[in-house]
Design a protein around this ligand. Structure first.
Ligand code: PEP
Ligand code: MG
Length: 544
């Protein structure tokens, strides 16, 4: 034999070859598991470009959420929604997205942004929804008011057709033929084998019952991150949220929060029912409050009227809340320290919902209440005591209260270093590696797209650290936190809920570091299951 080469094959073919060879006794299940690239499963879960279809590429960005999509360009969430209501396929094109665009993102087949990295709003939300997304296509000049975008010498107008490939990060003029995914029985067979050997659990990041259902279909064993703020942007809630932000005093704030309580409670009930007794980690409010206020001048009048105030007051509040560096500002548990009544409302909604589901005969929820962006043990102590106070009140009112664990995200280097102390209060840690990467490297997750491609091209780094964990740096902090945390509390539950929880190389690191679970967006759950199995096999081989 002079030379051998691995045969190139599609994901579908790789699966079939692996499963058939095991059935024919040529390889065993463990070898079969290693024969399929976890990332290749994307081809089975999302539409892809037909490799033979002609195409004219006009821009390149980051492959932020896999899958290919074709549609008419819409430059605002409202346009996207209108076109989708007419059963037209839409690609939502924005400079960057914000939580207010969520309805347009839902309506669109795909999302394209000129700015933003792999953990920008567009990227994270699109992956959660399973929508193709290209982010950070910096060469695009988007003028939403004129309804046009310019890519080099090509101008695309509102309503023109484009195609995006969210795996490769490419944008094409016009329609490019797509291939629809096909899930065969071999997929389920290989997944079953993977589940037999993996030791890492796989949870999902899900904020809605729909996402939770999708993730369970793909085999998720719990929710590792429910971002509660996403529930605040629906049309019926945002008014009460804005009233809460605009309140001058605590009693006014509590009155606005009282309006939100039943809505949050019913959201949680629906999620708990969907998860049917599996663990659910709910994170209390995290983003800075200004994200909930309008950003465009023309919106101030309408928003002020809806919130029962005037535009002048609203504008003044927006100015007061402005921060130069909001990601390092008044967010996460810092909001809970300033306005404990927000976290109290959320804790009440969570505990009452769990109690109701249980009383209605549902499986008891394995509840984990998670406090974000903790740096000091004292932050967690103060907030855990507030939550315990709410639990005691519910117990008095209803005769009982569900069990819950209290834990924290590890998103700041200080938290990782002081994990031994923090674990005196926290019953679990979830590594928020989006923020931990941002705060360890000092690279803004929202702006990284502007220069990371240069870093990759010039060999400064081998991979985008927001995609694949910087195991040398951020990874060392995770190892330190895991070791120090477990020294204090041997049974400390450890998981990861940053976007790295769905990346095969990062999953291998999590396995080797002794984490209990990874949590990733619903469509990455099968990828994580396979990657976790491969990590277990690799570890067992290297231990021999
Ligand atoms: C994180 O920081 O890794 C995380 C999961 O939280 P978010 O992305 O919502 O900041
Ligand atoms: Mg975070």
């Amino acid at each position: 034999m002079l030379q051998t080469r691995a045969g190139k094959r599609t994901a579908e073919a790789a699966l079939k070859v692996a499963v058939d060879m095991e059935r024919e006794g040529l390889i065993d299940k463990k070898i079969a598991i290693t024969r399929v690239e976890p990332e290749a499963l994307n081809q089975l879960l999302h539409p892809t470009l037909d490799p033979d279809a002609p195409r004219e590429q006009i821009a390149i960005g980051l492959g932020a959420s896999p899958g290919a999509a074709t549609g008419e360009v819409a430059f605002t969430a409202e346009e996207a929604e209108k076109l989708a209501a007419d059963h037209r396929d839409v690609i939502l094109v924005r400079t960057e997205t914000s939580p207010e665009d969520i309805h347009g993102m839902h309506a669109a087949r795909g999302i394209l942004t000129a700015r933003g990295g792999m953990t920008s709003h567009a990227a994270v939300v699109a992956r959660g929804m399973g929508r193709p997304c290209v982010s950070g296509a910096g060469m695009l000049k988007i003028d939403a008011v004129r309804g046009e975008m310019v890519a080099g010498n090509v101008t695309i107008n509102r309503g023109d057709i484009i195609t995006i490939d969210g795996a490769a990060g490419l944008v094409f003029k016009g329609k490019v033929g797509l291939r629809q995914p096909e899930m065969t029985g071999d997929f389920g067979t290989l997944m079953g084998w993977a589940d037999e050997v993996r030791t890492l659990k796989v949870r999902t990041n899900a904020d809605t019952p729909g996402d939770a259902a999708t993730a369970r279909k793909f085999g998720a064993e719990g929710i590792g991150l429910c971002r509660t703020e996403h529930m605040f942007f629906e049309a019926d809630r945002i008014i009460a949220v804005r009233q809460m932000i605009l309140a001058d005093a605590e009693d006014q704030r509590r009155a606005a929060l009282a309006k939100l309580l039943p809505m949050q409670r019913s959201d949680f009930e629906a999620i708990f029912k969907e998860m049917a007794g599996l663990p659910v980690t709910i994170r209390l409010l995290d983003p800075p409050l200004h994200e909930f206020l309008p950003h465009k001048e023309e919106e101030f009048e309408d928003v002020a009227a809806a919130a029962g105030t005037n535009a002048r007051k609203l504008r003044a509040r927006a100015i007061a809340l402005h921060e130069s560096n909001p990601m390092l500002g008044h967010r996460g548990c810092r909001l809970g320290i300033t306005y404990p009544e927000i976290y109290e409302m959320q804790a009440r909604a969570i505990l009452e919902a769990a109690l109701t589901v249980e009383e209605q005969g549902g499986a008891p929820v394995q509840l984990e209440i998670m406090i974000p962006l903790v740096a000091f043990k004292s932050e967690l102590e103060i907030l855990a005591a507030r939550i315990a106070g709410v639990a005691a009140a519910i117990s008095r009112e209803r005769g009982k209260v569900p069990d819950y664990l209290i834990g924290t995200m590890i998103e700041l280097p200080r938290a990782a270093l002081k994990a031994g102390e923090i674990a005196q209060v926290a019953q679990f840690f979830s590594f928020g590696t989006n923020d931990l990467t941002q705060t360890t490297l000092g690279i803004s997750r929202d702006d990284a797209g502007m220069f990371l491609n240069d870093y990759l091209a010039k060999g400064v780094i081998a991979r985008d650290p927001f995609v694949s964990l910087d195991t040398d740096g951020v990874g060392e902090l995770i190892s330190i936190a895991a070791e120090r945390g477990r020294k204090t509390r041997a049974k400390l539950k450890l998981g990861i809920c940053g976007e790295h929880g769905g990346d095969p190389d990062s999953i291998r690191f999590c396995h080797d570091s002794g984490l209990d679970y990874v949590s990733c967006s619903p469509f990455r759950v099968p990828i994580a299951r396979l990657a976790a199995a491969q990590a277990a096999l690799q570890k067992s081989r290297s231990d021999v």
